[in-house]
Design a protein around this ligand. Structure first.
Ligand SMILES: [Zn+2]
Ligand SMILES: [Zn+2]
Length: 404
């Protein structure tokens, strides 16, 4: 019954699916988990799958993989490159690629799931393997919880997960405490009163509100934060109007916010809302702006003592030169939602995917050439081995810290 992980990986890589559309991937996962003997729950958060394997008394460990691909045209030139397409939220047909390596995560978690079935005498407790939709949109983990995840499976004592990254394959990276930034995407629609461009006195101009807001919101970082606090407030989009001589009745501003501290995040979001409301008030707008949180990623915070235990296990398993400190990353993840929702500690780490054969002179991530494609690049191409084996071994070894 041994799983052929490399062929599973190639199949998943050739058949990526967009967020909340991972139906085929979920089917592949469900079939393997069922064959392995897991109690399987499906359609959590539309496509999420969770398997439970009980093996006597002991702790409960949740291992998590995300499943979604991205709307990217694959340009890796690999013989198993994706030529798949999907339907975006706006109804258009888009190319799809596993440009973030979530196919690595799914395959490695299936490998770990098999390992624990075949080695029942080496562990005690309950293993939960969770395959999550829509990490890229930030709503996948919450949608599984909203669909009753923790009513269906035991509350875990720890949540463990991993991400493939531009680090030499065979290496792993951990970090204690805040490891990835919180990210919030916000749309603010200013409401005005439309009219003729020649008669501004008959209108309330939302374009001016949006412009004024965009300038003033820069002061959140420059004037409301201390010298040692970090945040990014970016206005990446302004949409308004149809014609030069028409003052429109609404204007929309799209923001992206990154923060590394929960209290600071609340302050920054509060300041943005305050400024948006005040701009509308100052302009005499007919109603306050409509503020919509489009997506939201929490801070990824690795619980220090659990992370120290996992790091020690990795050093024992992979050797001291193969384990480094990842530091704090500016990217974002929703894996923390699975831990926060049940009060369990989180340990989330990174595994390398860069072919050591190509960069034999490189030692560790600090020396990685700048032209190594990063996640979300159309050229992102993790080498199959030792990436998959490292992913399986890391999940198994980390889980055994509780189950062993
Ligand atoms: Zn990604
Ligand atoms: Zn990812």
């Amino acid at each position: 019954m041994a799983l052929n992980l490399e062929s599973i990986y190639v199949d998943l890589h050739q058949n990526p699916e967009l967020s909340f559309q991972e139906f085929r991937t979920a089917q592949v996962v469900t079939e393997h988990l069922t064959t392995l003997g897991y109690e399987v729950h499906t359609e959590l958060g539309i496509t999420g799958v969770v398997g439970v394997l009980e093996n006597g008394d002991g702790p409960t460990v949740l291992l998590r993989a995300d499943m979604d691909g991205l709307p990217v045209v694959e340009q890796t030139g690999l013989p198993y490159a994706s030529t798949s397409h999907g339907t975006a939220a706006d109804g258009t047909t888009v190319p799809v690629m596993h440009a973030c390596g979530h196919d690595v995560h799914v395959t490695a978690l299936l490998g770990a799931a098999e390992h624990f079935v075949e080695n029942l005498d080496t562990w005690n407790g309950t293993l939960i393997v969770l395959f999550q939709p829509a990490e890229e949109m930030g709503g996948g983990a919450q949608s599984m919880i909203d669909d009753g995840l923790y009513d269906l499976v035991p509350i875990p004592d720890v949540v463990l997960g991993q991400h493939v990254t531009p680090l030499l394959a065979g290496m792993v990276a951990t970090h204690e405490g805040v490891t990835m930034a919180a990210a919030d995407s916000i749309d603010i629609e200013f409401h005005g009163l439309g009219g003729h461009g020649s008669r501004p006195e008959t209108t309330i101009d939302p374009v001016l509100m949006a412009a004024s807001f965009t300038v003033r919101v820069q002061q959140v970082v420059s004037r409301e934060m201390a010298w040692n606090e970090q945040a990014v407030v970016t206005v990446g989009r302004i949409n308004a109007g149809t014609k030069n001589n028409i003052i429109p009745d609404h204007a929309t501003v799209g923001l992206s916010i990154r923060t590394l501290d929960a209290g600071l995040r609340e302050r920054v979001l509060g300041a943005i809302e305050r400024i948006a409301n005040a701009e509308a008030e100052a302009a005499g707008a007919p109603k306050p702006p409509t503020i919509t949180y489009v997506d939201s990623f929490p801070l990824t915070i690795n619980e220090p003592s659990a992370t120290a235990a996992v790091t020690a296990a990795f050093i024992d398993n992979f050797g001291p030169t193969a384990v480094i400190d990842s530091g704090v990353l500016s990217g974002s993840e929703d894996v923390g939602v699975l831990a926060q929702a049940c009060g369990a500690p989180l340990v989330y780490w990174f595994i390398g995917g860069v072919d050591p054969q190509l960069f034999q002179h490189v030692q560790g991530s600090a020396g990685m050439p700048a032209d190594v494609p990063s996640n979300h690049s159309p050229l992102f191409a993790p080498v199959i081995q030792p990436t998959l084996q490292t992913g399986v071994d890391a999940l198994v070894r980390a889980a055994l810290e509780w189950l062993g």
